[in-house]
Design a protein around this ligand. Sequence first.
Ligand code: SF4
Ligand code: SF4
Ligand code: SF4
Length: 906
Amino acid sequence: MDTVTLTIDGRDLQTRKGATVLQAALEANIYIPTLCYHRDLTPFGACRLCIVEIEKMRGFPPACTTPATEGMVVRTNTPRLQELRRNTMELILSEHPYSCLTCPKNLNCELQSVARYVGLEQVTLAPIYKDLPIDRAGPFFDRDYNLCILCGRCVRMCQELRHVGAISFTYRGGKALIGTAFDRPLQDVSCEFCGACVDACPTGALMSRADKWQGPPDREVVTTCPYCGVGCQLKLKVKEERIVSTIPVPEGIPNHGQACVKGRFGIVEFVHHPQRLTSPLIRRDGQLQEASWDEALDFVAARLKTFQPQELGVISSAKCTNEENYVMQKFARAVLGTNSVDHCARLCHAPTVAGLVQSFGSGAMTNSIDEIGRAACILAIGTNTTETHPITALQVKRAVSNGAKLIVANPREIDLCRFAAVWLQHSPGTDVALLMGMMRVIVDEGLADSAFIEERCENFDSFRQSLQDFDLDFVERITGVPRDRIAEAARTYATSCPATILYAMGITQHSHGTDNVLATANLAMLTGNVGKPSTGVNPLRGQNNVQGACDMGALPNVYSGYQAVANPDIREKFEIAWGCSLPSLIKEKFDISWECSLPSSPGLTLVEMLEAASRKEIRAIYVMGENPVLSDPDVTHVRETLAQLDFLVVQDIFLSETAEFAHVVLPAASFAEKDGTFTNTERRVQRVRKAIDPVGNSRPDWWIICQLARRMEARGFDYSDPFDIMEEIRYITPSYGGISYQRLEDGGLQWPCPTEDHPGTPILHASSFSRGKGRFIPLKYIPPAELPDEDYPLILTTGRSLYHFHTGTMTRKVAGLNTLDPEGTVEISPRDASQLGIAQNVKVRVTSRRGQVVARAKVTEASPPGVVFMTFHFAESPANILTNPRLDPVSKIPEYKVCAVRVEKL
Ligand code: SF4
Ligand code: SF4
Ligand code: SF4
């Protein structure tokens, strides 16, 4: 029997076997006071407030550590219990200053609530004041341990759930305190400033500065984090029409009450930043000058009409909502007449789409974030998950603490290496060789899942033949990883069930990125790790809505739902649904007479658009919420290209580096000021909800595009709100057919979700692959396009920081994030640094064949000899001046992850 029946306060209840009395009571909404219990942490039994009476049991056991058993009879609120609790509370309060009126937590304090519940009216014991200095050194929260009641929630949260261990109990007995090792500042003890300890603290001891003395907000609006692809559910607290703080939603999926520093502390400042764009700008006499909306929209519409479709390019946005991306690609196709619409997925996960479609038939994460925590083996390759997808990393660490084996494949010593059973430190750009080497071991040692291959897959023989090129001597020579370690990783992955693969841009951003993705798919199929819980191939998408922007057809070859533009039946379907036609004005001007009004051949990708612009074939570009001046490779060339455009429109929330080149800048509303949906990395469509009005004169992106479309005489852009747009998306996009705002009120839905009664799809390819059979693809090792030589002897690889996001347009507006990560650095190994005479923190010049960048050196063992690392968030040291624009021939992604550089001391 998996349940037990017990009686609490006269009510007969059922609970799961193994639950405690406290958990059983909470599930039944029966309140038992407690200060140390937290639903996500192991019971601690420290505060002694949750004592209960249990028939046939002596004494007063704590409900939080007493298992519920069959037939148990429990009383939670007797006069005797209340008296004992009052005594306990008095002891706690004798060491806690009760100057509540001046406490920043007042009105929102669990200590007050419990004191009220137990009926404690006065404290007769002599007060003990610890007289500790308040620590105000951290960027986001203060620590006043005079208010600490030693419940230990913060310590357990940091150790058990966040796996950081920045804080602990210091000293013992009556001198016990919470603190860091040697009282060092949190910044110096690996604290990630996630705020989980603050949210768990029942008193005012740990207080977010933004929440101090705020009292209850006017309203709380549940929405989706605007940063990474995890899609954490957050509550925006609004007071007097300003967002005052954000906290993770306890029941939210996929974050379950957790957030990272960006979602917890990095939103308010950028939303209300004084540099937000609040008025349209038109360039006059070389200067961007304020204009009215009518003036700006009329001007843009009139200018766009002067270009032929093939002269126009549109860059949509992974930061904007699904509804906005849908409207933008419709605008590009139906109004401007071009399929040259793309977005930054081209720069991060285009190989995922290209590769997984070939292997599986669908280019998205196969499984769900929560499942990672239940895997027996995780291969994390090309992902620095702790920094880029912090909440996903919690699931990896949870799995490891449950006994899972973690294999990390990464050239750099990332945080996850601390948890790894095997670390494969391969040379950048050698992933195909590494994965094929592992697969060679699996096949040679008979560890492949023959039944799965036979039943579910095709083309295995030809794939097996291609493994002949990958004997371990060759693989060791190419990758630099000892052959025994490769074999150990292969055996670990193949013999642990279920095993899952996580990857990110370390796999995709290569001139052979599609091959890398195909290799991960081959490995999963080879071991039967597809279509089952906690298995699969899981590309971790970078930006909040990069999955959604792809789903919505902000790509040059497909409409929403990956429906091919080149397919005449599909094209006709969209023409009918959109009722579209090119404006007569454009038709007449350029003598266009085609009946089929949507363009039929795939358009240019993002990088191709800029190349075409440099040849003056593309003359006008419309950019919504992207910043190619920092995000694209070889940015010197990008700048020159943008500067020579006949017309550049940029729609954004800040005057980005790209907006500075624009002829017209249109001020957009931030995520907090509009409704819509984002689709996170696990294909979960989630609501974005308007919390405040758009700041200044900014407007939601969808509204701006619709206004332009109407001014260009287009039909089908009369939406009254994003709900209307989603209704159209559902109608025309089979995988979103069952996803309505109404259903999303109860949480997200994972596509495919074709009908109103479909529950969504957490696991893809369960009984058959989207393409029928999974296809093994034979692979060859292709080296990176640019390797070190005498002039450029080091490899530069790029990535992200926990504290910043993308090109920093939002995070660099947040003072605390800038304090924690103030500038771009060049990470270099001690060996290379010593050979080049470079000391810690000195300024160095990094030069590639495309340009040079100056930044401070960070000498660290995390970088292997021969490899330097930079993040790409900083305009002052833009790493993408250096990176190689060489494209993967299939997906057209540039090779950001490997280029040859030299480093010199300044
Ligand atoms: S902010 Fe997060 S990492 Fe830092 S001490 Fe608190 S729980 Fe630990
Ligand atoms: S700081 Fe807060 S959470 Fe931590 S032990 Fe003290 S009261 Fe508990
Ligand atoms: S940035 Fe990502 S991990 Fe951090 S809170 Fe937002 S969605 Fe969650």
